[in-house]
Design a protein around this ligand. Structure first.
Ligand SMILES: [Zn+2]
Length: 157
């Protein structure tokens, strides 16, 4: 799979790059094999998400990539809150998607399906676990990741 072709739009492409170059992926400044694979999978998903979901990811989602070598991570997100001393009520939600080391046993295609599925959980929030999983997968299919979702479900984790 070639991740460098098929640009949906210039501005989307720029926005994707900004997310990849930001501190939204933790830990920052890691250049490992797993990290490169994750960033390729994320870029593939970001390029193809509907605009409203892309905007949600831009504003409300960050990623933590476990490489298997860290004991612990302190991932800051409070600095993204609007105002440090704001005293009003802010209904703020930031999802942190944690990609565990075991995910890197997946194929590249399944990894794309996994990232899309986890992002879908930021959109779909059903109370029942099974309903939530089904709703997330339905969204992933709607977004056009049928092949990648199948690769994820067929691949053993
Ligand atoms: Zn799920």
């Amino acid at each position: 799979m070639d991740f460098e072709e098929d640009y949906p739009s210039t501005s989307r492409e720029q926005d994707c790059r900004l997310i990849l170059e930001s501190d939204r992926i933790w830990p920052p400044s890691v250049r490992s094999v797993n990290r490169v694979r994750f960033e390729r999978a994320l870029l593939t998903v970001l390029r193809r998400l509907p605009d409203d979901v892309f905007q949600l990811v831009e504003s409300d989602v960050s990623f933590v990539v476990d490489e298997g070598k860290f004991h612990a991570l302190n991932v800051p997100f409070s600095k993204m809150l609007p105002l440090k001393n704001y005293t009003g009520t802010i209904n703020w939600r930031l999802d942190q998607i944690v990609i565990f080391n075991a995910a890197f046993q997946l194929s590249d295609e399944a990894l794309v399906g996994l990232v899309a599925h986890e992002i879908a959980h930021s959109v779909e929030q059903q109370r029942d676990h099974n309903e939530n999983e089904a709703a997330a997968d339905a969204l992933v299919l709607k977004w056009g990741f049928e092949r990648e979702l199948k690769a994820l479900r067929d691949g053993a984790l």
